[in-house]
Design a protein around this ligand. Structure first.
Ligand SMILES: [Fe+2]
Ligand SMILES: [Fe+2]
Length: 145
């Protein structure tokens, strides 16, 4: 079974998003060990529900951030999220396939789409802070020589 292992290579350099990705990874590991140790259907089902809810909450959070920043690739990024939103519940009865799908999706999605988004969010944050910095400097600049 394909596994996803958290490495520094998964970071997107946005603390909040990285923390949510790590939480997804933790829930993935929880489900993975439940499946591998032959846990009963109730335990596996609970782990699947928690994992799907985490992915949904995380995608919705990223989408709010992208909308707030006026991110130009929002529609494309949301389509990638929507792919997972459709596929994960469809695989809820097949935990091994779900794990395999999520491992591949997470790897592809974070390494391209989430990194692009995080860079855009950082730039948008800088652009918003720039006028404040300029205003803070203004009285100094205006001081007569
Ligand atoms: Fe994303
Ligand atoms: Fe993400």
């Amino acid at each position: 079974m394909q596994r996803f292992h958290w490495t520094a290579g998964h970071t997107v350099f946005e603390a909040e998003i990285d923390a949510e990705h790590r939480e997804m990874f933790r829930l993935y590991e929880e489900l993975s060990s439940a499946v591998e140790t032959g846990a009963n259907a109730e335990v596996v089902g609970d782990a699947i529900r928690r994992l799907i809810a985490e992915v949904e909450g995380h995608c919705a959070h990223e989408e709010r951030l992208m909308r707030a920043a006026g991110y130009s690739a929002y529609a494309w990024h949301k389509r990638e999220h929507d792919g997972a939103r459709r596929r994960l519940p469809a695989l809820a009865g097949r935990p091994r396939e779900l794990l395999q799908y999520l491992a591949a999706w997470f790897q592809n999605h974070t390494s391209v789409a989430d990194r692009m988004m995080a860079a855009a969010l950082r730039n948008a944050g800088r652009a918003q802070r720039a006028p404040q910095r300029a205003r803070r400097r203004a009285p100094l600049d205006a001081t007569p020589a």
